[in-house]
Structures are given as C-alpha cells and as structure tokens.
Ligand binder design. Structure first.
Ligand code: C2E
Ligand code: MG
Ligand code: MG
Ligand code: MG
Length: 277
C-alpha cells in the first residue's frame, strides 16, 4: 500500500501538468542571475513633439538577452520579477543606468531630454524608493528635472495616501510623474486631482483604433479634455501611422511615441538620432 502511494506521489511530480511550474522556476532562477551576468540592458524609445517630430524625451525599456534563449520579452519576465521581488534590484539598476545614460548624452553636448523610467507597484511600495532615486541622480549628476517616472493608475491606487506623499516629495525635487497606460487601470478620477502629476500617457489600445473606431476617438477626446483642464501634459503611446498622428494633433494631444517615429533603439542608435535631429 505504502509503495503504491509512493509511486502515486512520484507520478504526481513528474506529470507534465508540472511543466509550467518547472519552467517558471527555471526562469526565476535565471532571472535572479541575469543582473550579475550582465544579460540586462536598456533600449530607448524616442518621445516626440507630434507637431514637429522633434525628440523631446526617451523611455527606458528593459531588455533581457539570455545566453541560450535569446531575447526574452518584458511581458514574459517583468510580472515574474514583480512577484518574486527581483524587480527591486533590477529596477534600481534600470534607474541608475537610465540616469547615467541621460547624463552622458547631456555631457556629450546632445540636446537635453526627459528620461522616462517605468516603476512597478512593488518598487512604489518599497520603503527606501526616494533614497534610491536620490542616489541614482547624485551618482549620475542628472538634473532631477530631466527625470520622469512612469507609474500606473493601479499601482497608485494600491495605497493612495502613501503614493500622494511620495509624489509630493518627487514634485518638490522637480522630478516628473507620468501615468502610464492611462485609461486601462483601476482608478477614480477624483484621485487624479489630488496627485501632483506632470503627464498622462494615452494607452496604445485607444490610439490603435484612431481614426476609424468611434469609441476610441471619443475616449481619446475625453482624455485630452481631462488633461487640459487639469493642466497635465499628454503623450500618446503606440503611434504607428501618419493618420493617427494627424488625429491626435487635431484632438489636441501634443506628444507621441511609437513605431511611426522610432522603435526602441540601442543607446548608440538613439544618440545618432538625437544628434541628427
Ligand atoms: P510600457 O511602459 O507601456 O511601454 C511601452 C511598450 O510599447 C514597450 O513595450 C514598447 O516597445 C511598445 N511600443 C512602443 N511603440 C509601439 C508601437 O508603435 N506599437 C506597438 N505595438 N508597441 C509599441 P516593451 O518594451 O515590450 O515593454 C512592455 C512593458 O514592460 C512596458 O510597457 C512596461 O510596462 C514594462 N517595462 C519595460 N521596461 C520596464 C522597466 O524597466 N521596469 C518596469 N517596472 N517595467 C518595465
Ligand atoms: Mg512606460
Ligand atoms: Mg505605456
Ligand atoms: Mg503600455
């Protein structure tokens, strides 16, 4: 009887229903070493003034190149990094590297730009976030006015009171805060006015339907009106066509980011674009 039970439990752990679990464990283990193995780097996507196409900013986007698996998409490892807490050391590296890169371009005489860095909910909840931000700015020498942090509505709503305090401290330093993927998270518009924000980023899913989808036009129009009346800057994500650009301009959105202007670029390619701009 005991033997049968033993065999049963053994079978349980070898059945392929556990393959996803094993794969996850493997990925987690690899991710925990990715930083020290030098497998992470940042790509930079231009943020432009829609009217002129001039580059005014860069969004730092994390890239992981695994020696065997090759490029692993952020969607496939950032949620895991958040669940395991690995996003804390990785996110700190992103912050320091992005600040260092922006300061390097500045020192090289390239036009100054806003460096936008994504922060996860987990980072937002970590006690020493402000100290880490201060340290990244100090180590790089980047002026705080050139740093913008991208947060989601949902992560702000997690602990709205703490978030409001943090945003106040960032505002006092001159650091900008943008709401990423605006319109897709859980939030109450009432909170928006209580947060010191600089910018809303209109989610790609709304831009995608311009100009044919009447609902997307209506939502984009409403977001633009909301931003204008709250005194917030705007940038549209995922601008892929000239028609979308025209519509965004007509609706009153000043900034854009997307494949129409540039894909996320290596630091070298970005610097070339910036120098030629
Ligand atoms: P996000 O912050 O909303 O970043 C924009 C995403 O849209 C990027 O995907 C970018 O490559 C993609 N994109 C830009 N323009 C276009 C376009 O015209 N069309 C289409 N279809 N896509 C476009 P990516 O690099 O795969 O990043 C995905 C998400 O991963 C980001 O979404 C962000 O939430 C997260 N992420 C990336 N880097 C970091 C990081 O350093 N820290 C944290 N916490 N999250 C990050
Ligand atoms: Mg972002
Ligand atoms: Mg976004
Ligand atoms: Mg997005």
């Amino acid at each position: 009887h005991a033997k049968r039970a033993g065999r049963g439990s053994c079978q349980f752990f070898s059945a392929d229903m556990n393959a996803p679990f094993a794969a996850r464990l493997w990925l987690e283990n690899q991710l925990s070493q990715a930083l020290e193995r030098g497998e992470l780097h940042l790509a930079y996507q231009p943020q432009v003034e829609l009217r002129s196409g001039r580059i005014v900013g860069a969004e730092a986007l994390l890239r992981w190149t695994h020696p065997q698996r090759g490029a692993i998409a952020p969607a496939d490892f950032i949620p895991l990094a958040e669940e395991t807490g690995l996003i804390l050391p990785i996110g700190e590296w992103v912050l320091r590297e992005a600040c260092r890169q922006a300061a390097t371009w500045r020192a090289a005489g390239l036009p100054p730009l806003m460096m936008a860095v994504n922060l996860s909910a987990r980072q937002l909840r970590s006690a020493n976030l402000l100290e880490r931000i201060d340290a990244a700015l100090q180590a790089s020498g980047l002026p705080p006015e050139q740093l913008e942090l991208e947060l989601t509505e949902t992560s702000l709503m997690d602990d709205a009171e703490a978030a409001r305090e943090l945003l106040g401290a960032l505002r006092a330093r001159g650091i900008g805060v943008a709401i990423d993927d605006f319109g897709t998270g859980y939030s109450s518009l009432a909170y928006l006015k209580r947060f010191p924000l600089a910018r809303l980023k209109i989610d790609r899913s709304f831009v995608c339907g311009l100009p044919d989808d009447g609902n997307d036009v209506a939502i984009t129009r409403a977001i633009v009106a909301l931003a204008h009346s709250l005194g917030l800057e705007l940038i549209a994500e995922g601008v892929e066509s000239a028609a979308q650009r025209e519509w965004l301009l007509a609706l009153g959105c000043g900034g854009g980011q997307g494949y129409l202007f540039a894909r996320p670029l290596s630091a070298e390619a970005f610097a070339h674009r910036l120098a030629a701009d």
